[in-house]
Design a protein around this ligand. Structure first.
Ligand code: FRU
Length: 522
C-alpha cells in the first residue's frame, strides 16, 4: 500500500515536473504570432527566413503556397521550399518543408502545376500528378568560379502535395549563362503544350514541352525593352481578358532588382500578345505592378477553377536592399495580401489593376462609418477601439472646384503615434503625383535609405478612392480600384494609433467612407 502511495506520489511529481517543462510551450502557443511587427492577416513563416512565393496552385479545394525558405536562420541561406495550404488564400496551415537542397544545389524559385492530362506520365491511380519545376542553384560550381551553376529541376507529388519526389534532374541544363532561373510554367491551351518562361539576366526566354520533362527553346523577349536597372527575375506569363470588351491580352510580368521606380526591387509588366512561340508588345511606357518599395517576385496562382476565372497574385513584401536587416527577430518577411489582377483599358493604354481578393472581406470585424465631410487642414478620425494597424480603410475623396477654400495643393491621410512617427499617404494636386512617405515612419537605422518617400506620376479625376490595408508593420494602398498600388513596410517604435486626414492650402470633400478592424488569421 505504502509502496503504491509512494509510486503515485512519484508519478504525480513527474507529472508536475512535466507540467513545468510544458508551461513555456503553452506560453509559446498563447503567444503564437503575437510578436511585435508580426503580420496578423498576411502569410509569414512561424520562424526564420522567407523570400519569394513559389509554385502556387489550386487542387482539390486547397490553395498551395510554397516559398523560398531557409529553416536555419533569419537571413537568406541554402534555399528550401516552405509549404502552406489554405482554403481561402487568407487563413493558412503550415506544412513541412516540401523541397530541400540536394546534390544539384539549393532549391530556388519556380512554379507548380496540376498535370491534368498526365502528360508527364508521373500520375498514379488515375490521379493527375502535381509537378513542381524550380531552379537548382549549385553553390559548389558557383564557388569554383563556373557560370553554369543554375539549371531547372522537377519534382512531382501523388498525394495532394504532401510529399515530393525529384525526377530526372536537371530537366533543363544550363547553356552557359550565369543567371538562368525562376521557371514559370503554364499550359498553353491553344497548342496543347506547356510553356516555361525563364528569367535570363536581362531578358526572358520561352521554352515549350509536351511532357514537362523535355524542353525546347522557342524565343526570347526583353533585351532593350522595359526597365533594365537590374537583373530580371521571377517572370510570369498569363492571359487576361478586358471584361468590358472581351479583348484578350497576354501579360508578361518580370521582377527586377535593383532598378525599381522608387529604389531596389520591384515588378514591371508588359501588356501584349503571345502566340505560343513569341511574346510581342506595342507598349512603350514602363509599367509597374506596385510603386511602393516592398512588393517583389510576385507570381500568380495556377489551376484556379475555371468557374472562378480570377488571376490572383501574391508578392514577397520586402526589398532585397534591406530584407535581411529589418527589425524582426524570430522570422523575416511576409507575403503581400493576395490581389486579383484585372485588365483595364484606359486613356493611357491597357493597365493591369490590382484588387484585394474578395475573401479578405471575411475577416472584417467592427465597422466605423465616416460621414461625408469637408476636410480642410488636419482632421483626426475617431476610430474608437479600432487599431489602425490591423485595419482596412476605404476613403472616398472628391474635389470641389468651386469650394470656398480652393483646391488644395495636397491631400491624404497620416498614420501616427505619440512618438511623432508617421506614415503619410497622399496626392499632390499641384505636382500630379501620388505618394507614400515613411521618412519619419519609425525605426530605419538598419538601412540608410529605408526612410523616404515613394512617388508615382498620376492624373486624378475629380474623385479618388484610397483603399488601405494596414497590418502591424505594413501598409498596402490601392488607388482608384488598383490603378496605382503602393506596398511599404514600416517599423513604428510604438504602434500608430491615430489616423488624420489632411488637406493643405485648400479643402477636399470626403464622401461617405469606412474603416473596418480586421481579425487575425493566426
Ligand atoms: C528573387 C530571387 C530569385 C531566386 C531566389 C533565391 O528574389 O533572387 O531570382 O530564385 O530569389 O532565393
Amino acid at each position: 500500500m505504502k509502496l503504491i502511495t509512494l509510486k503515485l506520489a512519484a508519478i504525480m511529481w513527474i507529472a508536475v515536473l512535466l507540467g513545468c517543462t510544458n508551461s513555456p510551450k503553452k506560453e509559446t502557443i498563447q503567444n503564437y504570432y503575437k510578436e511585435e511587427y508580426r503580420p496578423q492577416f498576411h502569410f509569414s513563416p512561424a520562424e526564420n527566413w522567407m523570400n519569394d512565393p513559389n509554385g502556387m496552385f489550386f487542387y482539390e479545394g486547397e490553395y498551395h503556397l510554397f516559398y523560398q525558405y531557409y529553416p536555419d536562420s533569419t537571413v537568406w541561406g541554402p534555399m528550401h521550399w516552405g509549404h502552406a495550404v489554405s482554403t481561402d488564400m487568407v487563413h493558412w496551415t503550415h506544412l513541412p518543408v516540401a523541397l530541400a537542397p540536394d546534390e544539384h544545389g539549393y532549391i530556388y524559385s519556380g512554379s507548380a502545376v496540376v498535370d491534368w492530362k498526365n502528360t508527364s506520365g508521373l500520375g498514379k491511380n488515375d490521379q493527375p500528378p502535381l509537378i513542381a519545376i524550380f531552379t537548382y542553384h549549385d553553390p559548389v560550381k558557383e564557388r569554383e568560379g563556373k557560370i553554369n551553376f543554375e539549371s531547372q529541376g522537377l519534382a512531382y507529388s501523388n498525394d495532394k502535395g504532401r510529399t515530393w519526389t525529384k525526377y530526372g534532374n536537371p530537366v533543363l541544363g544550363n547553356p552557359g549563362i550565369r543567371d538562368f532561373r525562376d521557371p514559370k510554367v503554364i499550359w498553353y491551351e491553344a497548342a496543347g503544350k506547356w510553356i516555361m518562361t525563364l528569367a535570363v539576366k536581362d531578358h526572358v526566354a520561352f521554352y515549350s514541352s509536351s511532357n514537362l520533362i523535355d524542353w525546347k527553346k522557342e524565343s526570347e523577349f526583353g533585351k532593350g525593352v522595359g526597365a533594365h536597372g537590374g537583373i530580371w527575375e521571377c517572370p510570369d506569363l498569363f492571359p487576361l481578358e478586358d471584361k468590358e470588351t472581351g479583348t484578350k491580352k497576354w501579360i508578361l510580368s518580370v521582377s527586377i532588382n535593383p532598378g525599381g521606380p522608387n529604389g531596389g526591387s520591384a515588378t514591371q509588366y508588359f501588356v501584349g500578345d503571345f502566340n505560343g512561340n513569341t511574346f510581342s508588345t506595342p507598349q512603350s511606357q514602363e509599367r509597374w505592378m506596385d510603386y511602393g518599395r516592398d512588393n517583389y517576385a510576385g507570381v500568380t496562382w495556377s489551376d484556379m477553377p475555371k468557374q472562378d476565372g480570377r488571376r490572383v497574385v501574391l508578392g514577397w513584401m520586402s526589398n532585397w536592399s534591406y530584407a535581411e536587416l529589418v527589425p524582426t527577430e524570430k522570422w523575416r518577411s511576409a507575403t503581400t495580401i493576395p490581389r486579383e489582377l484585372v485588365l483595364k483599358n484606359t486613356d493611357n493604354g491597357y493597365l493591369v489593376t490590382s484588387v484585394p481578393i474578395a475573401e479578405l472581406k471575411k475577416i472584417r470585424k467592427e465597422k466605423i462609418e465616416l460621414p461625408s465631410q469637408v476636410v480642410s487642414g488636419n482632421v483626426p478620425l475617431n476610430l474608437s477601439e479600432v487599431s489602425p494597424m490591423q485595419a482596412e480603410m476605404a476613403f472616398n475623396f472628391q474635389l470641389k472646384r468651386n469650394s470656398q477654400f480652393g483646391i488644395p495643393e495636397e491631400f491624404g491621410l497620416v498614420f501616427s503615434n505619440d512618438e511623432e512617427e508617421e506614415f503619410r499617404i497622399g496626392y499632390s494636386i499641384s505636382e500630379k503625383y501620388f505618394f507614400t512617405d515613411r521618412t519619419h515612419g519609425g525605426k530605419s537605422s538598419f538601412f540608410e535609405r529605408f526612410a523616404g518617400k515613394s512617388v508615382a506620376a498620376y492624373d486624378m479625376d475629380d474623385k479618388m478612392q484610397i483603399r488601405v490595408f494596414a497590418d502591424k508593420a505594413s501598409v498596402e494602398v490601392f488607388v482608384d480600384g488598383g490603378k496605382l498600388v503602393f506596398t511599404d513596410i514600416v517599423f513604428p517604435t510604438t504602434p500608430y494609433d491615430k489616423v488624420t486626414l489632411f488637406s493643405h492650402n485648400g479643402s477636399i470633400k470626403l464622401n461617405e467612407s469606412v474603416v473596418w478592424s480586421l481579425s487575425s488569421v493566426w
